[in-house]
Structures are given as structure tokens and as C-alpha cells.
Design a protein around this ligand. Structure first.
Ligand SMILES: [Zn+2]
Length: 394
């Protein structure tokens, strides 16, 4: 294993596997963890280094344009509720706000890889201010989960394992509960907001793929700047949406309490609910299906890279900004989202035997249904991963 150091030279790194499998909880577990494994490295040769370099060239005007466009849609949805204050305008606004914020979050995912601007600093500012700050995240602190996921996709300590593993979706009840997003909520929150601290070798290695200097500055504590961005966004959204709905639905400035009485639901209905239903949920489900197989997790770990070709309507809801081309993204995280369709086309032009083990699927709904009908999965219920998980939970 190697990383690109700040001078751009590949250098070996030591990865500590002594905590593999118990890194999340720190609990003593008698089950042995497997050695760290990455079965996907060989696929990275499917495109030449020169071609990957070409496809990784950044055109920052594209994410800037897309960001403005998505926020314009969200602003238009809020304006609709203000100028046409009725139940159907609210119902119409919720999916517009949620799906367009999801698109912003996916642009923010490029930000987590520091692939918006060539300057990591500028990339972080843009990501925090306009993309992930509105949901209480900042790149320096909260990208750790994602970078570790890239590094550990085939390992026990992938922080996203709970999303794509089958051990916790081994019967229909567990699966349906997962699809509500509720059973994953605690893990997602812990991984993003509590599991911070200094980034380890695995996280550093992935960050270093795109920006070694920035990753070494990644100390994972909120600075005053971070707190200011997060609190400013929440204050603006809470006050702004309470005012917007309060005034639109009968409140007046001369009776401030009337604004609160008529508009108390503005922030939950026009921000929290859209983000939960149309950003958190589809992103959780997408994370599941793009790495999942209805089979024992140890076996699934060997071929977890999946791309969904899908269709434009489903992509709008499930994987905006080309996030469905997930094979290309995992193999070459340096390729920005606007070049992933080209990378995918070139990958699929390679003879099938050379890319065996990579999975191209049809629709998200189709895979979700095929997983449902495959349940219950005894091999998942009795798997090593499940016993490991249960041991941690004790
Ligand atoms: Zn990523």
C-alpha cells in the first residue's frame, strides 16, 4: 500500500490492523478480525494513469454553476410557499427542496475528496459554506467517515459497513426497518459527529490520494470558524423559515407572537423533513445498494463495487450529480462527478473478462426488490460479521 506524499512521491505507509474489527467500540472481542484486505486495487489499472489524470482535471465552474442552480430551485420552492400559502405548495416544495439539497450534498461529496477547486483551502470553504454546512457538517471534521469508507470497503472497520452489510438486514423486518432510515440513524450520527479525533492511517491514505497536505492538517476538531458556519446556517434557516411561513400564513410584525404561532412548523417542514426524506434516506439506501449483495458479508466484501445505470427519473431522486457511477468513483476518487459518465463508458468498453467482479446493475428499485425477495438470508443471520457486531453491542 502506498500514498502520494506532499512532494507527489509514492511512499509506503504502515497500517495498524491491531484494532481492525473493534475500532468502532473499543470493546474486547474474542472473534478474530480478518487481515486488512483490498481486492479492488487491480481494477485501478483498467484505465491508464494518463487517462485518469486527464479525467481528473478540474473545471471548477461546473460545481459553482450547479450549486447556484440547486440553491435557486430551493429558493424558488420557499418563494412558492410564501406567495401561494396553501397545503399543495408546501407538498410541492418538500421534494424540490429535498432533492435539490441532495444534489448539493453530492457536490459536497466531491468537496470531501477536495475535488471542487485545485486549492484544498478554497475547496473546503466552498464545501462548508454552500454544500454541507446547512446540515451541520464541515469538511475538516466530518469527512473522516467517508475517507475511511473508501479505504476499508472490504474490511471489518469500514464505518459504512452497517449501511451495506447483510448481517443487519437478514430478514424482511430488519430490511424494512433499515429502509425507514431509523435503524441506521444512531450509527450515522455517531460516525459523523462523535467518532472524530485525529485521523488514522487509513483515513490519511485516502485523503492523500487527492491532497496530502490538506489531509495532514486534518485534526478533526471544530474550530471557531466551523462552529460559526454551522450555527449561522441553522439560525438563518430556523429564523428565516419561521418568519417566511409565519408571515405567509397570517402572522404580522406588530404581533410577533402571531408569527411564531403561524410559522412554528416552517423549519421542520421546509428544511428538516425534506432533508430527511429526500437526502438522508435516498443517500442511505444508495450507500446500501451500491455495495450490497444478498449473501454472506465476507464473500460480498470481495466484489462490492456496483454502478446503477438506472433512468433519469430515478437518478434525480436516488443519485443526482452522477453518483450512480459508483465503480468509477471508488476506483479513482480524484475524478470529479462531471467526468464520471465518461469514465464509466470507457470502463464498459473494456472486455468483460478483464472487469469481472465489477457489477453494473439496472434500477435501484429493481435491486431493492430482488434483495427483498431473497430474504430471509440464513447465511447473514449466522455470519461472522453478525457475531462480531453482537459481541460489540454487549
Ligand atoms: Zn467518495
Amino acid at each position: 500500500m502506498s500514498v502520494i506524499d506532499s512532494a507527489g512521491i509514492r511512499a509506503p505507509i504502515e497500517v495498524d490492523i491491531s484494532h481492525a474489527g473493534s475500532a468502532r467500540s473499543g470493546a474486547a472481542v474474542s472473534l478474530p478480525a480478518r487481515p486488512r484486505n483490498n481486492p479492488y486495487i487491480a481494477y485501478r489499472k483498467l484505465l491508464t494513469p494518463q487517462r485518469v489524470k486527464e479525467l481528473s482535471a478540474l473545471r471548477p465552474w461546473i460545481p459553482v454553476r450547479d450549486t447556484i442552480w440547486c440553491w435557486a430551485w430551493i429558493a424558488a420552492a420557499w418563494a412558492l410557499v410564501f406567495f401561494v400559502p396553501t397545503w399543495w405548495s408546501v407538498l410541492l416544495a418538500i421534494p424540490v427542496i429535498g432533492t435539490r439539497y441532495y444534489a448539493l450534498f453530492i457536490i459536497g461529496h466531491d468537496g470531501m475528496h477536495r475535488r471542487i477547486f485545485t486549492s484544498a483551502k478554497r475547496s473546503d470553504w466552498f464545501t462548508d459554506l454552500f454544500l454541507i454546512g446547512p446540515i451541520g457538517m464541515v469538511n475538516r471534521v466530518n469527512s473522516r467517515n467517508h475517507l475511511e469508507h473508501h479505504q476499508n470497503l472490504a474490511n471489518d472497520d469500514d464505518p459504512d459497513l452497517h449501511k451495506h452489510a447483510c448481517f443487519n438486514k437478514s430478514d424482511k423486518l430488519e430490511y424494512l426497518l433499515f429502509l425507514t432510515g431509523l435503524s441506521a440513524l444512531v450509527n450515522v450520527y455517531k460516525n459523523l459527529f462523535i467518532h472524530t479525533g485525529k485521523v488514522d492511517a487509513a483515513g490519511r491514505a485516502t485523503a492523500a490520494e487527492t491532497d496530502a497536505v490538506a489531509s495532514s492538517e486534518n485534526h478533526r476538531k471544530h474550530s471557531l470558524r466551523d462552529i460559526a458556519i454551522i450555527l449561522s446556517w441553522q439560525a438563518a434557516l430556523c429564523l428565516g423559515l419561521t418568519l417566511l411561513t409565519g408571515l405567509a400564513f397570517g402572522g404580522t410584525f406588530d404581533k410577533p407572537l402571531s408569527i411564531l404561532l403561524h410559522g412554528f412548523w416552517g423549519y421542520p417542514a421546509l428544511w428538516l423533513a425534506p432533508v430527511y426524506i429526500f437526502t438522508y434516506l435516498p443517500n442511505l439506501i444508495r450507500s446500501f445498494v451500491e455495495h450490497s449483495h444478498p449473501e454472506d458479508d465476507d464473500h460480498a466484501d470481495e466484489h462490492r463495487l456496483c454502478t446503477f445505470l438506472s433512468n433519469p427519473v430515478e437518478r434525480l431522486v436516488m443519485s443526482p450529480m452522477n453518483m450512480n457511477y459508483h465503480i468509477g468513483h471508488h476506483l479513482w476518487p480524484s475524478i470529479p462527478y462531471y467526468n464520471l459518465p465518461i469514465a464509466d463508458k470507457e470502463l464498459r468498453a473494456i472486455p468483460a473478462e478483464k472487469r469481472a467482479g465489477l457489477n453494473w446493475r439496472g434500477t435501484y428499485a429493481g435491486y431493492m426488490w430482488s434483495y427483498y425477495v431473497a430474504l430471509p438470508l440464513e447465511e447473514c443471520r449466522n455470519s461472522r460479521q453478525r457475531r462480531l457486531h453482537d459481541a460489540h453491542a454487549k
